[in-house]
Design a protein around this ligand. Structure first.
Ligand code: PLP
Length: 388
């Protein structure tokens, strides 16, 4: 490939742009992971993460992708044959279901149209039918990265409480953490699943679980096989700053730095920034007369926007052209959305001018690809962003 000058626009919904400050932190010399300097680093990184997760409880960090953290949530809390309630909100919810099935869990997978989030009323109805409490866990993807739809976690918690069901509540925050408000403790989440390469502004390589006391108690009798993912060894060593196996030393330098940056900006400001950039993006899409995949405005995602291509237009051909012409990567359609949508990532280390460039690249790409659309989306977004 010939050299492309200027900075690549990485506008997929994760991995996201890694800020220079984090890149410099990652570039420090690797140190002895059994020495005192590392212990300090690990404790500071875990404490920072707790603030982001809004928890005073236990947080476990793995050298893994998000998929590992999914597996850890299940194998630490459940036993073969246990029933789990899951929801087909999109590609990632389906993949998490597949992990549960592979471990011999009995999954009640509520079908969905990939354009809506989890309906709290369905959670309530399903759990109220379960009189003998055979459902051991309810698992929800907070922000479905394949569709740009955000489920209402606080309302789902209330639905579980209304029927006083004791199931564990598990939430995948992989593309919401540090981009969309989330409260592990206040919302009564038992296991939160997260990873490094999205709102935390890091490269891929860290997976995480935040764990409630109820989930810890469940882990004492959980019978699914586990070794690498076992919380127990982590939890016994972490307080002293150590890990049961070699941790991702340099990613922890990055995590300490990125959580520091998020806290310097202020989490409320971080969420407001994401909301604003997402709204500007939707205004551009509407002005282009293209269709948003998400159908419920209450569930619009502040991390990404998935855009439906007009009938007969191939989203992957469009993405290829935008990459070739403008050195920008857009997210592809996943699973049954392949070729039908493109996804605009607007999460992580991102601001107004980066969004202006992103939307400009899309508008020029739509024209070049001869996609039927109306001009003016960029102007619409700029007007919104420059209004007082
Ligand atoms: C919502 C969600 N869950 C899970 C995953 C899987 O994470 P990973 O690809 O890091 O294993 C992803 C990846 O993008 C995701 O967006």
């Amino acid at each position: 490939m010939p050299h492309s000058s200027g900075r690549h626009f990485l506008q997929i919904p994760g991995p996201t742009n890694v800020p220079d400050r984090v890149l410099r932190a990652l570039g420090q010399p690797t140190i002895d992971h059994r020495g005192p300097e590392f212990a300090r680093l690990a404790c500071e990184a875990i404490e920072g993460l707790k603030i982001i997760l809004k928890t005073s409880g236990t947080v476990v960090i793995y050298p893994s992708s998000g998929t590992g953290a999914w597996e850890a949530a299940l194998v630490n809390t459940l036993s073969p044959g246990d029933k789990i309630l899951m929801f087909e909100t999109g590609h990632f919810a389906t993949l998490w279901r597949n992990v549960a099935v592979r471990f011999g869990l009995e999954v009640d997978f509520i079908p969905g149209d990939w354009r809506h989030g989890v309906d709290p009323a369905i959670v309530e109805a399903r759990l109220s039918e379960d009189k003998n409490h055979s459902i051991k866990a309810v698992a929800v993807v907070h922000n479905e990265t394949s569709t740009g739809v955000t489920s209402r976690v606080a309302e789902i918690r209330k639905a579980i409480d209304r029927v006083r069901h004791p199931a564990l509540f598990m939430v995948d925050t992989i593309s919401s953490l540090a981009s969309i408000d989330f409260h592990h403790d206040e919302w009564g989440v038992d296991v939160t699943v997260g990873c490094s390469q999205k709102g935390l502004m890091l490269p891929p390589g860290l997976g995480l679980n935040a764990v409630s006391d109820k989930a810890l108690a469940a882990s004492k009798s959980a019978k699914l096989p586990k070794s690498y993912w076992d919380w127990e060894a982590m939890i016994s060593l972490n307080p002293s700053g150590f890990f049961p196996y070699t941790p991702a030393t340099n990613l922890l330098y990055g995590l300490r730095e990125s959580t520091q940056m998020l806290l310097e900006e202020g989490l409320d400001h971080v969420f407001a920034r994401h909301n604003r950039l997402a709204e500007a993006t939707r205004r551009a899409v509407t002005a282009w007369e293209l269709e948003l995949l998400c159908l419920n405005p209450e569930e619009y995602s502040s991390s990404l926007t998935a855009v439906l291509m007009p009938q007969g237009c191939d989203a992957d051909e469009f993405r290829k052209l935008v990459l070739q012409k403008f050195n920008m990567s857009l997210g592809n359609g996943l699973g049954k959305l392949k070729g039908k949508v493109f996804r605009i990532g607007h999460l992580g280390d991102f601001n107004e001018l980066m969004l202006a460039g992103t939307l400009s690249g899309i508008e020029m790409g739509l024209a070049l690809a001869k996609i039927p659309f109306s001009k003016g989306g960029v102007t619409e977004a700029l007007d919104y962003l420059s209004s007082p």
